[in-house]
Design a protein around this ligand. Sequence first.
Ligand code: NI
Ligand code: MN
Length: 225
Amino acid sequence: MIWHGHACFEIKAGYSVVIDPFIKGNPMAKILPEELEPDFILVTHAHYDHLGDTIEIAKRTGCKVIVIHELANFLKSKNILAEGMNIGGRIKIDDISVVMTDANHSSSIADSELKLYGGRAAGFVLEINGCSIYHAGDTGLFGDMQLIGDFYKPDVALLPIGGRYTMDPEDAARAVSLVRPKIAIPMHYNTFNMITQNPLDFKHRVMELCDTEVLIMEVEDILEL
Ligand code: NI
Ligand code: MN
């Protein structure tokens, strides 16, 4: 699994899966959208820093885009191969399983001057290659994260720590104590001034609460799953 900065992760395990491909406008990104060749893109919600370069990449590669129903309809109107689903639902493709989870956040599609309703914001539990990965999307802390931990037992949790629009390090550490993954990886921080955080603050807070290992990734770092 590679971190491309912000909320964008690329998982290569037979298939290539990219989550929230925000590359072009992402000051942290060290690759170009053209370098991504996914089989599937998962988008947590329609905000530009998550939908990102999805349309461009999907048009070039013909990959499938797995998103919430309303965003799927929008993408289909742009001739993208979109697979709609909704919160609590599961899509199975060969040995990959994608469950759409809740996220406490908003979602809107910026299309010309209009902002279209983008459906709910979501997270994902992706099971691939025997590994369970929880990508929380943009979210505040919520108690049902404990259910995600109980029922999906994620090996890895990818959690926003930037604050202001999502959890900050303090609440993200509380989220770790609810989800109890083996490894927690902070994301969605230091991309913009408004979400400046020290990931070590997150790590230290997690250490006080539970025995999950916190992995602070640099952009383009690889975690072997
Ligand atoms: Ni957002
Ligand atoms: Mn965001």
